[in-house]
Design a protein around this ligand. Structure first.
Ligand code: ARG
Length: 462
């Protein structure tokens, strides 16, 4: 072979790769992140080669020791990932060659980088999913703690960003517990869905007459079973799209939480306060304290969505089998994972440390005739009016209160009777926000008895 050609695939080449080709083609600058997975894969694969009599016991042991040394070198930061060898798979094989010589050339028997990279990235995502679930759980614990510590706090519940009905602040927090519970479930489902090993699919058609036992190979890499179809296996990246979808949804939940906190911490609302260590100042306005951490949480999901779109676009219209386009799948996934990792920590801190202005929450919850639905419901229970009729009459009462610049509970019985004569003074028991909250006893409702039950249920899930 000419000196100038690639050592791993250069046999049929006369010319050296151009610098530009190297620039666009090399992936080691980012896929070095798959080093541990690649070594793990090779360790299992050489066991299969040994069992298939393609390696002697001595050779098998020598290779394993070599791979373990490379792993150690990487761990100690002594390993030099090199552009000379295109990608992580070649880097590992060449490093092995340096350690054990020509024997390293046997590890690629029956294997292709196509099934190899698909397996590496699956292993990588599997480990990240475990970590993700652990961290979501941590946020859920923080939510429960905060909900328990603020059980008595009433806040305005909003629809269309307008005061709607009073709720407990703990009920609000638990709504995010549920969102994160669904995120966790999606991660658990993906862990199950991802559990098939592509290795042993070869370049596209399967491995040759070598007797590689794919079932054993899958097990030794921690998969439930091998994938079903070799051609599908080498270009399937659905699981990466699913991973990015679930990160997108999770980051969307983070963004919504951040948005609530940002608005509520504004001077206009003043319902919450971020501690100094989650805020920044202004270079010109000395008085400023801005909720930058929350704002960045709100925006970072844009970055994660773009990773998802990136992958969807790369794969649209790809012909069957592996194409190099698929090398572009890694960076968006690495970037999204790094981003979500940061968000998970900061959201946990935000929820844990944000200070609640109970008094302001209570006062704001009292504004805007928020117990009007309770009044209409009282009419339904205590007169023969249908809900529709009760709704109209209550609307008239609200209008009257608005004109008189009074709260519903400050109207006189006489005023109320003018609109509906069957109203009695009992109605006043139903117009306070405390009563409105405590009456929401439906399963999953905001009464404190229900919220306590919800907390009990939530505790069982974490
Ligand atoms: N670096 C490549 C990737 O990430 C590995 C697979 C290369 N396969 C090939 N046939 N050139 O996709």
């Amino acid at each position: 072979m000419k000196k100038t050609t690639n050592l791993l695939w250069g046999g049929r080449f006369n010319e050296k790769s151009s610098n530009l080709l190297k620039k666009i083609n090399d992936s080691i600058e980012f896929d070095y992140k798959l080093a541990n997975e690649d070594i793990m894969l090779n360790r299992s694969y050489v066991e299969s080669l040994y069992k298939a009599n393609l390696l002697s016991l001595k050779e098998y042991k020598k290779i394993k020791i070599g791979l373990d040394q490379i792993k150690e070198d990487i761990k100690k930061g002594k390993f030099k990932f090199s552009n000379a060898y295109e990608d992580i798979h070649m880097n590992i094989e060449m490093a092995l060659k340096k350690k054990i010589g020509k024997l390293a050339g046997k590890i690629h028997t029956g294997k292709s980088r196509n099934d190899q990279v698909a397996t590496d990235i699956k292993l990588w995502i599997k480990s990240k999913l475990g970590y993700l679930i652990f961290k979501i759980n941590k946020i859920q614990k923080t939510i429960i703690k905060k909900a328990e510590n603020n059980l008595d706090v009433i806040m305005p519940g909003f629809t269309h960003s307008q005061n709607a009905q009073p709720i407990l602040f703990s009920h609000y927090l638990l709504s995010f517990f549920e969102m994160f519970e669904r995120d966790k479930r999606r991660a658990i489902q993906l862990l199950d869905g991802i559990d098939e090993c592509p290795l042993g699919s070869g370049a596209l058609a399967g491995t040759n007459f070598f007797e590689i036992n794919r079932k054993e190979l899958a097990k030794s890499l921690g998969f439930r079973k091998p994938t079903e179809n070799s051609l599908d296996s080498v270009s399937n990246r659905d699981f990466m799209i699913e991973f990015l979808s679930l990160l997108s949804i999770l980051s969307m939940h983070f963004s919504r939480l951040a948005e609530d906190f940002i608005i509520w911490s504004s001077s206009a609302y003043d319902l919450l306060k971020f501690p100094d260590n989650l805020c920044t100042g202004s270079s010109i306005m000395p008085q400023k304290k801005n909720p930058d951490a929350a704002e960045l949480v709100r925006s970072k999901c844009g970055r994660i969505y773009s990773s998802l779109l990136n992958l969807l676009i790369i794969q649209k219209g790809l012909p069957s089998g592996y194409s190099k386009d698929l090398q572009e799948d890694k960076e968006p996934v690495f970037d999204a994972n790094e981003t979500i990792d940061l968000l998970l920590d900061i959201v946990n801190e935000m929820i844990g440390l944000v200070n609640i202005n109970k008094e302001k929450m209570y006062n704001l919850a009292n504004i805007g005739f928020v117990t009007a639905t309770d009044l209409a419901d009282w009419l339904v229970m205590n007169t023969n009016l249908t809900f529709r009729e009760a709704h109209l009459k209550t609307g008239k009462i609200v209008l009257m209160a608005e004109q008189k610049k009074k709260k519903l509970s400050d109207l006189s019985l006489q005023d109320l009777k003018r609109i509906e004569p069957k109203i009695t003074k009992d109605i006043f028991n139903f117009l306070s926000i405390e009563r409105s909250v405590s009456n929401k006893k439906s399963y999953g409702g905001t009464s404190s008895s229900e919220v306590k039950e919800a907390i009990k249920r939530a505790k069982k899930k974490i």
